[in-house]
Design a protein around this ligand. Structure first.
Ligand code: DOR
Length: 426
């Protein structure tokens, strides 16, 4: 007896396989068996009429807070939010407590995920010991344990010699180095974008140049190696220009952007709303516009949430004392559809690629496709579904979203992980 599931009557978009059109998707024993006109059989049926059916979405930048800050999120609650948002794979950042900077920590993530995760979880290892930016972490053994990339996310690696060595070393394994581009001295004490709003509020700013100076240095270093470099959460027009030009020169660089950097500006901080406090900070209209265009022209390859849960009591502190971060797994699909697809900047297949084939390529994951034989990770999206985001109903353990109460269009209605229905909208 084979377990099977038939997703019938949707618009199947699989950029990796070059497919976009009406089709059924048959899943047998956890794998894609057939895509096309499938005759009804003994399978359980999901009616996808009016919906887009695509490879399971991949979010290559989330914070799951396990180990160490389980009061903010756990692998169980973070992945519950992920499947509710349409994600079948998430990559978790190593700024946990303790950080994911050795083999046993990577093994811990896989063990906990096997026990409690609702979707696939791939850990990203720290680039340096303790994320202190001084000595390389145990990269080789972390790769053996399954780390898919390396980053000190939350901090940029400031020391150029350490960064150069990291790029050279990681390139031997053909894994990407993901940099949180932020010069610590230029950003010191800052809590929002440097500019008129920060001055008016009396808050210390983080200038665009803090991001761009590190990015520019890294692009020069990367060009001297065979490394693959990935710029995390790009936020400025200047960064976009640097990446665009480096790609033209043939530097092996890829980049990502978050929904909030595509939609919100520093103006959201004007009432000292800590839900708009994020790192890198929300910037200006011109930066937002440049980031949107960068996705449209392929300068930015991937969309990510940078889901960063924080406890309400911390987010209730004074603006300068509250932690940086926004949760985003449940709102990413409609927000990025609104800003990129409804606006006409991207067509559906390219939007799907930004959430599937592109991150799979950056990370070298065997995912992001509906090819027959592939493990059946599938997301079904109703593009017309209108709903209001109520953060109190979030599956995440945290509530720090600036999008609470916003009316959204488009929603994952079914999320299938390895042929199992991980989420189904009631
Ligand atoms: O806003 C952010 N929050 N940016 C980061 O880089 C880290 C993250 C966190 O871990 O809270």
């Amino acid at each position: 007896m084979t377990a099977s599931l038939l997703i019938r009557g949707g618009r199947v978009i699989d950029p990796a396989g070059g497919r976009d059109g009406p089709a059924d998707v048959l899943i047998v024993d956890g794998r894609i068996a057939e895509v096309g006109a499938v005759r009804d059989g003994p399978a359980e049926v999901i009616d996808a009429s009016g919906c887009v059916v695509c490879p399971g979405l991949i979010d290559m930048h989330v914070h799951l807070r396990e180990p160490g800050n389980e009061e903010k999120e756990t692998i169980a609650t973070g992945t519950a939010a992920a499947v509710a948002g349409g994600f079948t794979t998430v990559c978790c950042m190593p700024n946990t407590n303790p950080p994911l900077d050795q083999e046993s920590a990577i093994e811990f993530i896989y063990r906990q995920a096997a026990r409690s995760a609702k979707c696939r979880v791939y850990p990203i290892g720290a680039l340096t010991k303790g994320r202190a930016g001084k000595e390389l972490a145990e990269i080789g053994t972390m790769i053996r344990a399954g780390a898919v990339a390396f980053s000190d996310d939350g901090c940029g690696v400031a020391n150029s010699a350490v960064m150069f060595r990291a790029l050279q070393y990681v390139s031997m394994f053909d894994k990407p180095v993901i940099q949180h581009c932020e010069d610590p001295e230029l950003a010191a004490g800052g809590c929002m974008n440097a500019g008129v709003t920060a001055t008016r509020l009396g808050l210390t700013g983080i200038p665009s140049i803090a991001e761009e100076v590190m990015l520019q240095r890294d692009l020069l270093l990367t060009a001297q190696t065979s490394a693959r470099y990935h710029a995390a959460h790009v936020s400025t027009a200047g960064s976009v220009t640097l990446i665009r030009e480096a790609k033209r020169r043939g530097v092996r660089v890829t980049a990502e952007v978050t929904p909030h950097h595509l939609l919100l500006t520093e103006a959201c901080c004007a009432e000292f709303d800590t839900h708009a406090k994020v790192n890198p900070p929300l910037r200006t209209e011109a930066d937002v516009d440049a980031c949107r265009r960068a996705v449209a022209d392929g300068t930015i390859d991937c969309l990510v949430t940078d889901h960063a849960p924080h406890a309400s009591d911390e987010k209730s502190l004074e603006f300068q004392d509250a932690p940086f971060g926004i949760i985003g797994l449940e709102t990413a699909v409609p927000l990025t559809l609104e800003v990129l697809v409804e606006s006409g900047l991207l067509d559906w297949p390219r939007w799907v690629a930004c959430w599937t084939a592109n991150p799979a390529r950056v990370l070298g994951l065997p995912r992001g496709t509906l090819s027959p034989g592939a493990e059946a990770d599938v997301t079904v999206i109703d593009p017309a579904a209108e709903w209001t985001y109520d953060v109190e109903k979030s599956c995440s353990r945290s509530r720090n979203s600036p999008f609470h109460g916003r009316t959204l269009r488009g929603r994952a209605v079914a999320t299938i992980v390895g042929g199992q229905v991980g989420f189904r909208l009631a």
